[in-house]
Design a protein around this ligand. Structure first.
Ligand code: FWO
Ligand code: ZN
Ligand code: ZN
Length: 386
């Protein structure tokens, strides 16, 4: 089916002004002003998006798509994601992962959920592994998982500097990263390690050591939760200045958390590292609280809708221009995750896009050329969604 989107204000995420977009077989065929279709041989569905903004579909590189949590016993295991939540958040590409609980949660279940989401209309990839070292794997080998399992793009979330980690040694981490890199090279995938960074005093020291002491390129090291505190943010900015990418988590349990994340995003922009910063939601993951003795005192569930919420809030507060903030959930993740044809609105790229109204609220969502949401109404349902 051919679709023509007319008169939209387009951010690729770079602002390029008012354009038409022709979509053919799920790909962007043409982006230019005033596309003329008078002699076009096929029947075309026209959509006039005058007054609307069109941006690339959002990429959320860290979501517990089969649920996470469990830090407070079996009754605190969080529920899996459903398609509706991703669509509401404008998310057309997601990377699923396991977290603390790599025992009752399985990679096979994670794989099946990613395949289901792909079938239902979005684009889903996964990490092999979980918090623990040695990591759980499909095949017994990280490199083999990345090479042989089609949706696996790397390893994560491997926990460091956290009381819930397995206290991995630097040597163990080096082995994980080198095997991930090997798998990525052989398969043409990212082969990155997504590190869960806790509030422990050593932060991402291991990552700086690996860059300093080994031949492993910084690009294979991808730390998340770097907005947990000021020290981690500063380490992240230093890491970015060395050529690394780092990630801020957008799910928040209090309004203070939300404001801190928006302020830290502005600081990344002011420190001129915004091109190496991504946002991920940690959706369906738990946001657990522990007391000073390490006792569990409660948890909340991460929301994928927080991903764009943080972008929208930072733009509305005037902290960053829209085209800069959008980079963190479009082109930047597509670069670090090495997702071909994702993250930009360009000829030849997948037709994954989000339509925003003048208040920057999500109006429509398109994935691979098909509408998932149209004029604020969800038009694509998951298998069991009513
Ligand atoms: C960044 C903070 C706020 C949340 C973060 N969540 C996870 O890492 C995922 C969670 N443990 C799970 O397995 O579902 C945390 O726990 O530190
Ligand atoms: Zn984590
Ligand atoms: Zn997580």
């Amino acid at each position: 089916m051919v679709k023509l989107i007319k008169n939209a204000t387009v951010y690729t995420p770079k602002y390029i002004g008012k354009k038409d977009i022709l979509i053919l077989n799920g790909k962007i065929a043409i982006i230019e002003e005033g596309i003329n279709i008078d002699n076009f041989p096929l029947d075309i569905q026209m959509y006039d998006f005058s007054g609307k903004i069109v941006v690339p579909g959002f990429i959320d590189g860290h979501v517990h798509i089969t649920g996470g949590g469990g830090e407070g016993d079996f009754s605190t295991r969080t529920p899996e994601i459903n398609l509706r939540q991703l669509i509401k958040g404008g998310i057309t590409t997601v990377v699923g992962c396991l977290g603390t609980d790599g025992i009752t949660r399985s990679l096979e279940n994670l794989y099946a959920k990613a395949k289901a989401l792909n079938k239902e209309g979005v684009n889903a990839f996964i990490y092999t592994g979980s918090y623990a070292v040695p990591p759980v794997t499909f095949t017994g080998s990280i490199a083999k998982d990345i090479v042989l399992i089609d949706r696996v793009i790397g390893v994560g979330e491997i926990a460091i500097s956290d009381h819930r980690s397995t206290q991995p040694t630097l040597e163990e981490i080096k082995k994980i990263v080198s095997n991930a890199r090997l798998g990525g090279l052989i398969s043409g995938k990212a082969g990155i390690v997504n590190f869960h960074v806790g509030s422990g005093k050593f932060g991402i020291d291991y990552l700086f050591d690996i860059v300093k002491d080994t031949e492993i390129p910084i690009i294979n090291l991808y730390p998340t939760h770097m907005n947990r505190n000021k020290k981690l943010l500063e380490q992240g900015i230093e890491f970015a200045k060395m050529g690394g990418f780092f990630d801020l988590t957008t799910s928040f349990s209090t309004n203070e958390d939300k404001i801190r994340t928006v302020n830290y995003l502005m600081e990344c922009y002011k420190s001129k590292v915004i091109d190496r910063v991504t946002l991920t939601s940690d959706g369906q993951g738990s946001l657990p609280k522990f007391d000073k003795d390490g006792n569990f005192i409660g948890l909340q569930i991460g929301e994928v809708t927080s991903l764009y919420e943080i972008v929208k809030t930072s733009v509305k507060k005037g902290y960053l221009p829209l085209e800069e903030a959008l980079k963190t959930i479009t082109v930047n993740p597509s670069r670090v995750l090495k997702l071909k044809f994702k993250g930009r609105l360009e000829k030849g790229y997948d037709a994954d896009l989000v339509v925003l109204n003048e208040n920057l609220e999500i109006d429509s969502v398109v994935s691979r050329g098909d509408f998932l949401m149209y004029k604020e109404k969800i038009v694509k349902k998951g298998t069991f969604e009513d």
